[in-house]
Design a protein around this ligand. Structure first.
Ligand code: UT7
Length: 321
């Protein structure tokens, strides 16, 4: 046995709140459609003076403070993002610079779209195990307003900016998070062109196709994680789903008969923040004192790629050095 547990979380979101009415001033849409089809009421967008790095640093500092871990104790720093401020240096290297992480900390960015935080969590567990380092910083951060197509009403209503972070501790006697990860290699239904393609780097999505994929991917991940951990749905204390659409979350809750108090949603406030969505939920849950050491949290993500992932995450008090 060996694995990681979360010992601290933090979030950093932009100050500017964008309402559905604000978006209805840009495209042909309305409050009723957006709320009923997505569950989103507001989202946060970066404005002048803010960068996604500043949100990332705010989230990381809060997570370190809550964990009581010093920056120099961090052995790995992974930032899951598809929208870093800069391609080089990576966002993770900028976190290393700004927070003063050790020179031998392994720092890099990772892109698995909306499943990125789960890919980063699993990679961190592997890296900490192989290096015998104790603490990892796992961050999801996105500036999606920058790559939003403001002429496309089916997508521009969805996305928000922000960052969430978790400090994890690796120990021999902690269980593995038993991550289930995969992808379909689909380049059709959800795309953001890169810098060399000659096409503007904006999100395009066939929403209904992605919705159908998500409706299948979520139970697959839940079932696989439960099977690997030899648990039943009622053994799980909290379910955290990627905040892409309230209807996808509600469908999963209905399928597994999960009581509302075991499912947390903040999509109404932040919209879809891709890789930041899961750590934003984890940070709010911990701040509100709703997750306690030993609680089992089943986390599921899905998104572009098409990628999917699930894991069983536990929180712990930090072990004194
Ligand atoms: O995070 C990565 C993973 N992403 C996801 O999981 C997203 C999954 N997909 C979705 O959440 C949903 O597909 C959307 C919210 C994106 C779209 O909802 P939908 O129920 O699938 O709508 P639709 O695209 O099938 O469109 C239904 C109707 C269409 O009108 P007609 O053809 O029926 O007359 C659209 O033109 O709704 C219309 N529509 C809108 N109407 C008002 C599309 N967008 C809007 C809008 N306001 N913003």
């Amino acid at each position: 046995m060996s694995g990681i547990k979360i010992v601290g979380t933090g979030l950093g979101v932009p100050n500017r709140v964008v309402t559905n009415a604000d978006i209805a001033n840009l495209v042909d849409t309305n409050e009723g459609w957006i709320v009923s089809r997505t569950g989103i009421s507001t989202r946060r967008h970066l404005s002048a003076g803010e960068t996604i790095l500043s949100c990332t640093l705010q989230a990381a500092r809060a997570a370190l403070a809550q964990a009581g871990v010093r920056p120099e104790e961090i052995g790995t720093c992974l930032v899951a993002t598809l929208t870093p401020d800069m391609l080089v240096p990576s966002a993770a290297c900028m976190v290393q610079k700004e927070l003063g992480l050790a020179h031998d900390a392994v720092c890099f960015d990772l892109n698995a779209a909306c499943t990125g935080f789960l890919f980063a969590l699993h990679t961190t567990e592997c890296l900490l195990k192989s290096s015998r380092k104790k603490f990892g910083l796992v961050i999801g951060a996105e500036n999606l307003s920058r790559i939003t197509d403001w002429a496309d009403r089916s997508t521009c209503i969805l996305f928000g900016d922000g960052a969430g972070a978790a400090v994890v501790e690796w120990r021999e006697d902690f269980p593995s998070i038993e991550a289930v990860l995969g992808c379909h290699g689909d380049d059709r239904v959800l795309r953001v062109p890169g810098v060399e393609t000659g096409v503007r780097s904006l999100i395009s999505m066939e929403g209904t196709h992605v919705f159908k994929f998500a409706i299948q991917a979520v139970p697959y991940c839940v079932d696989e994680v439960l099977r690997r951990c030899s648990l039943a749905p009622e053994d799980v204390d909290f379910f955290v789903f990627h905040q892409a659409n309230e209807r996808i979350i509600d469908a999963a809750a209905k399928r597994y008969n999960i009581p509302p108090e075991k499912v947390y949603k903040n999509i109404q406030n932040y919209g879809n923040t891709s890789a930041a969505s899961i750590p934003l939920v984890l940070a709010e849950l911990q701040t509100q004192g709703r997750i306690h050491p030993g609680d089992r949290v089943l986390v599921v993500g899905f998104g572009g790629g098409l990628t999917w992932g699930g894991a069983l995450v536990e929180f712990a008090e930090r072990t004194p050095l």
